[in-house]
Design a protein around this ligand. Structure first.
Ligand SMILES: [Ca+2]
Ligand SMILES: [Ca+2]
Ligand SMILES: [Ca+2]
Ligand SMILES: [Ca+2]
Length: 147
């Protein structure tokens, strides 16, 4: 039985006795399944590269990462976050939408041209299931250096 493919099942149950002649009766049993949190969120695509120009403003939109979850209700209610690791503190993610923003207007390709971070999607089941994907932000050049 899998709630995610079918939420209810109907069974025809026949009960008979051992008398002579045997008597039997039919009974219809309706089974309603309740969802269990048996699917973890899935990012698509699972790994991502984006380019951000080095002259971007503070709080510039970088990209949107969304995951899907085959469960229902809280078991599919997703929250996004960026765990602090490496240089991920320069980026923020909207926990509800998966929109990612760069926090700094101090991007400098000549100093740091690559940011790598992990994005986590976690459902609200008990216990919650989570998955993570890697996001690579490449800082692209702007002609900001006098020869
Ligand atoms: Ca399920
Ligand atoms: Ca789930
Ligand atoms: Ca620069
Ligand atoms: Ca430059």
């Amino acid at each position: 039985l899998d709630f995610d493919t079918m939420q209810s099942h109907t069974l025809l149950v026949e009960a008979s006795d051992h008398g002579t002649p045997p008597k039997s009766s039919l009974c219809l049993v309706l089974i309603h399944l309740t969802d269990v949190n048996d699917n973890e969120p899935i990012f698509s695509p699972s790994d991502l590269f984006v380019n951000v120009p080095e002259d971007s403003d503070a709080m510039h939109f970088v990209t949107r990462l969304r995951a899907s979850d085959a469960d229902s209700g809280n078991n599919a209610q997703l929250n996004y976050k960026i765990p602090l690791r490496g240089n991920s503190e320069h980026f923020r993610i909207d926990p509800a939408t998966g929109d990612i923003y760069g926090l700094t207007d101090q991007l400098d390709r000549e100093a740091i041209d690559l940011y790598e971070m992990y994005i986590v999607a976690q459902d609200s089941g008990v216990p919650p299931l989570r998955t993570e994907t890697k996001l690579t932000v490449m800082v692209t050049d702007h002609n900001d250096n006098i020869p």
